[in-house]
Design a protein around this ligand. Sequence first.
Ligand SMILES: NC(=O)c1ccc[n+]([C@@H]2O[C@H](COP(=O)([O-])OP(=O)(O)OC[C@H]3O[C@@H](n4cnc5c(N)ncnc54)[C@H](OP(=O)(O)O)[C@@H]3O)[C@@H](O)[C@H]2O)c1
Length: 295
Amino acid sequence: MLIQPLVNDSDKAVVLNSYVVNFPELQFFFSMAFFDKKTALVTGASSGIGRRMSLDLAARGCKPILVARRKDRLTELASEIKETTEIDAVVIEKDLNEPGAAAWLFSRLKEDGIDTDILINNAGFGFKGRFLKGDAATYRSMTDLNVSVLTELSYFFLPDMLSRKQGGILNVASMAAMAPVPYFAVYAATKSYVSSFGCALWHEMKGTGVHISTLCPGPVRTEFFKVAGAKEGDAPERTVQTAEEVSKIGLDALATNKMLVPTSNSLRILSKVSSVIPLKTNMKVAASFMKESDS
Ligand SMILES: NC(=O)c1ccc[n+]([C@@H]2O[C@H](COP(=O)([O-])OP(=O)(O)OC[C@H]3O[C@@H](n4cnc5c(N)ncnc54)[C@H](OP(=O)(O)O)[C@@H]3O)[C@@H](O)[C@H]2O)c1
């Protein structure tokens, strides 16, 4: 309780955050305080990272608004949240690729009298393979969902966060944002946008009390690979993280307003290395991870 006003006071939060980063117990304490009694819109809550984040938000005392296309999954998740935390999650079945979906979602929550304190821009998908092997309609949906919907949702929900001087946005980007990735070309480009946009917003929101964090996971065990047309074993097992690990790192990052967050130590090193090596070398390494032939 005592810490809540400190977290919402952006100047003090900046000073405190520099200490908090090095103390995991403090990080958890901040995380609880940041999310307690808030409401968070989670896009892509029906599986993987979004599902796990919804459960973890509720465990931190935050009411999740669950958005995705598969309503049965969302309803099941809402029951699990109710059973474990007594929190009534809101279920909204919506295809975010429908034209005007972001504006519709914003109006719907306003009409229902729900104040959205936190936005988790998580819904997204990729396509793995040579650029010309994919089809144009898939690339259109991917760029719409990963880029345009994320931008529009941020645009609609930020003003209320600013007027309340609290809350924030967590964007789920990817390590694919760090450099162009051959055989994952469109997906990596969409995630570069997310990272660039997220960091710029973080700067613009400094001193407002509104947090903006952008998360960069490597491979995570979810339905993502199947949807992207990749094989289970494509990523080396030791590099694959669980949705639980990624969710915790993401929520703690948002609570302490970290700007850009690779989700493991090795990914942090990789991001530093890729920022200093030549672009062509970078792409050669990235392409080798994709296990596609150049011929
Ligand atoms: N898994 C990884 O290796 C990895 C690595 C780095 C970054 N990421 C990023 O993490 C985020 C979450 O992915 P995930 O790994 O958790 O994959 P996932 O298990 O496939 O989850 C994707 C979520 O997005 C939702 N979604 C997809 N299209 C949608 C649409 N048109 N409208 C509404 N919701 C939609 C899906 O729900 P419905 O199908 O029910 O609509 C699902 O809930 C994505 O942005 C992804 O790019 C994943």
